[in-house]
Design a protein around this ligand. Structure first.
Ligand code: BG6
Length: 492
């Protein structure tokens, strides 16, 4: 592994995400040698704490994620952590943080490389970016990098996203901004490019002549849990469709990039999103449906979850149809769906091919079952793998066909070694590779698409709750696809 040199400054450094994902991921990078001697981590939040207490909390987070806290490796790693209480709205206070950064820069010979990670409420992103620059926290060393990493949500519609982006752009250039979409850090999402562009068999058929439709399902088993204060203001459309689903769809829909670089890939994703049809009011109303989960047994319905108003119209389920107006996809819809409190926790993509134009087996043997469609399934989670459904002859003296499957599942041992999304993404930030982050134009096009649906929904009072927990959503999600004489490949 190549050792990287950087100082990390985490805003929201005592938050849940930091302890559960970010520090354990940094530790993995440390164990692998991507971080060794020349790094330091500063955590900030409003809370008062000394370095030692912070290190203890970091060690605990490592223990909670399965590491042995007594080991020398953990102690050495934690010794690179520092804490500074900080109020992000107090401009004068940035000077205190700056002094600490400069001191650590010298101590660990960090060459001025800085990564600012905003793991906190988005309303402060603009102020923080502004003060980082004006208060001199961004390094001015020649050849050093300053990178800004931000968590979602990136705005709540196009206008607010644009405002946020304008604010960030005053201090950071686009190539210094890393917008996290943790789905882009998932092994099998990254595999979309490999399976498409590494296989003649796949890419030569990857268009509207051979593909009938593509289905993307992000299904969650849990309800809103403790996140209602965020989720009830967001809903499934903003929470999952605008970001994760749009990113997955753009990887599936894009043209072949000139080369496997962040600039080339982003250019193709943006181009794909530009040809995504933005619906007018009537089309948005017919092509998207929403749902909210009801009660089951002793579990309350969504409206009676903690911190949810009992007349909430927030959707916990979305299904929709996306159309690209370009040569490759015209006439081939992408169906997407996501929701909470569904049958199971999984993510998958089903690519449904057209049936053969002529079924020579249908005649004269009238008994033969019709040929099934070929389906390529990409299993993203919980199991990683592919499955390809083909038609083959049944194993007997007659001549019947039946669908069979070629399956490839990543075995459990390999799966265990798969790096967590956050480990990959932090590594990418250290390398300065923006491939697996959302660029501003992508975010902007995604919002423009989603805003139209929101606009229509906000005009109409939904009839909620409308789906049973542990189902695959409301009946309208079935109707949406059946109307086109198609079916969801994954069904209960
Ligand atoms: C997050 C959403 O972005 O993704 C959550 O805010 C959702 O609501 C989560 O539960 C799902 O991520 P994963 O990796 O568990 O599929």
């Amino acid at each position: 592994a190549t050792e990287r040199t950087a100082l990390f400054l985490f805003f929201g450094g005592t938050g849940d995400l930091a302890y559960r994902k970010l520090y354990p991921s940094l530790f993995n990078l440390y164990r692998k040698g991507n971080l060794r001697t020349h790094f330091a981590v500063v955590g900030t939040s409003r809370q008062a704490m000394d370095h030692e207490k912070f290190r203890t909390a970091v060690k605990k987070s490592l223990a909670d994620t399965g590491n042995r806290v007594e080991s020398k490796e953990v102690t050495d790693f934690a010794s690179h952590f520092y804490y500074q209480a900080h109020d992000v709205t107090d401009t004068a206070h940035y000077a205190v943080v700056k002094d600490l950064l400069d001191k650590l820069d010298k101590k660990y010979k960090l060459q001025g490389n800085r990564i600012f990670y905003l793991s906190m409420a988005p309303q402060f992103f603009g102020t923080i970016a502004h003060d980082l620059k004006t208060q001199g926290l961004m390094s001015t060393n020649k050849g050093a990098f300053n990178r800004l990493v931000i968590e979602k949500p990136f705005g709540r519609d196009y206008d607010s996203a644009k405002q946020l982006n304008d604010a960030l752009s005053e201090s950071f250039d686009e190539n210094q901004i890393f917008r996290i979409d943790h789905y882009l850090g998932k092994e099998m999402i990254q595999n979309i490019e490999a399976i498409r562009f590494g296989n003649t068999l796949v890419e030569s058929l990857w268009n509207n002549r051979y593909i009938d439709n593509i289905q993307v399902t992000l299904s969650e088993k849990l309800g809103v849990e403790e996140r209602a204060s965020y989720y009830d203001n967001s809903g499934a459309l903003r929470d999952m469709v605008q970001n994760h689903i749009m990113q997955i769809v753009s990887l599936l829909a894009m043209e072949q990039p000139v080369a496997f670089t962040d600039t080339d890939i982003r250019a193709e994703k943006v181009k794909a999103l530009r040809s995504l049809r933005v619906y007018n009011v009537a089309a948005a109303a017919t092509n998207f449906v929403r749902g909210q989960y009801g009660a089951i047994d002793d579990q309350p319905d969504y409206r009676h979850e903690d911190n949810v108003p009992n007349d909430s119209t927030t959707e916990t389920f979305v299904a929709g149809k996306l159309l690209f107006d370009n040569y490759r996809w015209s006439g081939t819809p992408f169906y997407v769906r996501t929701g909470k409190m569904l049958a199971d926790k999984f993510t998958r993509v089903d690519v449904v091919f057209k049936r053969p134009l002529v079924d020579i087996f249908a005649f004269p043997q009238s008994k033969s079952t019709p040929l099934a469609a070929n389906v390529l399934t990409i299993f993203v989670e919980p199991h990683a793998g592919f499955s390809l459904q083909l038609n083959a002859k049944t194993n007997d003296t007659g001549f019947q066909t039946e669908p069979i499957k070629l399956d490839y599942l990543v075995d459990a041992q390999k799966s265990k070694k798969t790096p967590e999304p956050y480990e990959r993404l932090l590594h990418d930030v250290l390398k300065g590779d923006g491939t697996n982050f959302s660029s501003w134009p992508e975010v902007a096009y995604a919002w423009k698409f989603v805003d139209q649906i929101r606009r229509v929904w906000d005009l109409q009072e939904p009839n909620f709750p409308n789906y049973t927990p542990h189902s695959m959503g409301p009946a309208s999600a079935e109707e949406l696809i059946q109307r086109d004489h198609r079916e969801w490949i994954y069904r209960l």
